[in-house]
Design a protein around this ligand. Structure first.
Ligand code: MN
Length: 272
C-alpha cells in the first residue's frame, strides 16, 4: 500500500483524464511582485478544497477524472523558448487526449498568449479576459512580449474575439486600441467556443491582495462568480487560466480564491 498524496484524491493518467492541470511558473516579465510560486500555492489550495458544492449539491472530484501534470519546465528570461515549450506541451496533451479540458496556473499573464495560440484551431474563439488592466500596450520599454502587452499581441492573431471584464486601469493608447479593435466589455451575445483567462487582480485588493500589480476598486466575488456562471451556461469553455497569483505562503486569500474559481468552472461546466 502506498500512503501517498497527490493534488487530487483520485488521479488518472493523462489519456483518461477529463481535466488536465498544468502549472506555468513563468514570471520573467512581471513588473510587480513575483508570481513564480503561483502554481505551487494554487495547487496547495486545490488540495484543501472540499469537492462538494453547496449550491449544486455535486462533488466536482466525483464529477470529473483529473490529472495533474505538474509544472512546465520554463526557460527563465527567454520567452521565445518558453512559448515553444508551452505550445509543444499543449500539442502533446491534445494528441494524447483531444477531449481533455486544460487548466493552467500562472505565472505572469504573458503565458496566456502562448496557451491561446496553441489551443485555437481554425474555428473562431472568444477569449474572456478578466483583469484590472487591459494589457494592450504596444510594447513595454521596447519589449513587445510582456504581461502588459500580451492582449495586444493576441489581437494581431486571426480568429480571436476579445472580451475584457473588470478593467479599471489603462492608458490613452490602450483605450484607443480597445476602440479600434472593438473590444467588448459585456457578455451580450456570447456563444460558441470560449477561453477564460483570469488575472486575479480583477478582484478588489481586499479580496486578492497577493497579486503582481494590485489595483483598487476591483470586482467583488458576487459579481465575478455570476459572470463566470453566465459564461459557462451560454458557451463551450475550452480552457481556463488563473494568472498573476503572488501568494508566498500557504492558505493566503489569492490562491484560495483561484482554487474556488477553478472549482466553480467545474461545477458549471457541462460534462462532455
Ligand atoms: Mn492585471
Amino acid at each position: 500500500m502506498l500512503y501517498t498524496t497527490k493534488t487530487f484524491p483520485f488521479e488518472h493518467e493523462p489519456k483518461k483524464a477529463e481535466i488536465v492541470l498544468l502549472g506555468v511558473p513563468w514570471d520573467s516579465t512581471e513588473t510587480g511582485k513575483s508570481v513564480k510560486f503561483g502554481p505551487l500555492f494554487i495547487r496547495e489550495a486545490i488540495k484543501n478544497l472540499p469537492g462538494f458544492d453547496f449550491e449544486s449539491k455535486q462533488n466536482v472530484f466525483e464529477k470529473f477524472k483529473f490529472c495533474d501534470l505538474g509544472d512546465l519546465e520554463i526557460v527563465y528570461g527567454n520567452w521565445k523558448l518558453t512559448e515553444k515549450r508551452i505550445q509543444d506541451t499543449i500539442k502533446e496533451i491534445k494528441e494524447i487526449n483531444p477531449k481533455a479540458f486544460p487548466v493552467f496556473l500562472g505565472g505572469d499573464h504573458l503565458i496566456s498568449l502562448g496557451i491561446i495560440n496553441a489551443l485555437k484551431g481554425k474555428e473562431k474563439i472568444t477569449v474572456i479576459h478578466f483583469d484590472a488592466h487591459r494589457d494592450l500596450m504596444e510594447n513595454w520599454m521596447g519589449e513587445k512580449f510582456s504581461h502588459i502587452t500580451w492582449a495586444k499581441r493576441l489581437l494581431e492573431e486571426k480568429g480571436i474575439e476579445l472580451i475584457q471584464l473588470g478593467s479599471r486601469s489603462s492608458s490613452k493608447e490602450e483605450e484607443k486600441t480597445a476602440k479600434k479593435f472593438r473590444i467588448k466589455e459585456s457578455l451580450k451575445g456570447i456563444k460558441g467556443k470560449v477561453y477564460i483567462s483570469v488575472d486575479l487582480d480583477v478582484f478588489d485588493p481586499s479580496i486578492c491582495p497577493e497579486v503582481g500589480t494590485p489595483e483598487p476598486l476591483g470586482m467583488q466575488q458576487k459579481e465575478f462568480f455570476s459572470l463566470l456562471k453566465e459564461i459557462c451556461s451560454k458557451s463551450k469553455v475550452i480552457g481556463l487560466d488563473l494568472v498573476e497569483c503572488a501568494s508566498d505562503k500557504v492558505n493566503l486569500q489569492t490562491a484560495l480564491i483561484a482554487a474556488n474559481v477553478f472549482k466553480k468552472v467545474l461545477v458549471w461546466k457541462k460534462k462532455e
